[in-house]
Write a protein that binds this ligand. Sequence first.
Ligand SMILES: [Zn+2]
Length: 207
Amino acid sequence: MPAIMNNVATPTYLRFFAPNCSYCGLNIDSNPDGSARAGPDQAVLACSEHAALAKRDARAYMHERGIVERWDVLQDPVFEALGFNKDRISWKGEPLKNLTVKRSSGALEVGWSFLHISSCHDPLNLQRNDEGHWFMPAAGPGGITKRIRVDEFTLSLPEDKHHLVAAFVERLNTIYKADAEAHAAAAKPVDDAAADTTSATAVKTNA
Ligand SMILES: [Zn+2]
């Protein structure tokens, strides 16, 4: 097995990519079990030996960009309180339609469910916008789809369950935080070396 060449990696688009481990360079055509997805069309490519690093770096990438894979949070008590279970909001089974959603007009509409079929254009991940609000894809009566705000899950819950929504938002903000910190720590020596080179060059130029 080759020695590690890279400590960290950035997800690559899954189109025209070189099929090599991001860390050791091993061709992974025949050893694809290590790669970790970072959204619907990106992944950190890795051999099975470097699978843990790939997962860490994919999660660090998602933490920075405000993406959470729904599979990582499906067991949260907020979904149970909403009447959904793991199977109901995943690929299988008919989704329950008991969400209340605020439409763009401000009107409240009942009969919505979480989207359970994914495409490149409608990924099932939760995503954070620039204002810091988290969104989850949902489907309404008549087949309309839109991303609904996670903090508006309260519209579908009695007041004594609203604390679950706040806790869920906090979980979304922090679920990959440890991976992001580990990624930053692993990347740091490379940054320091680059900074040293830069300052040495600057001194030389001034002299
Ligand atoms: Zn490797």
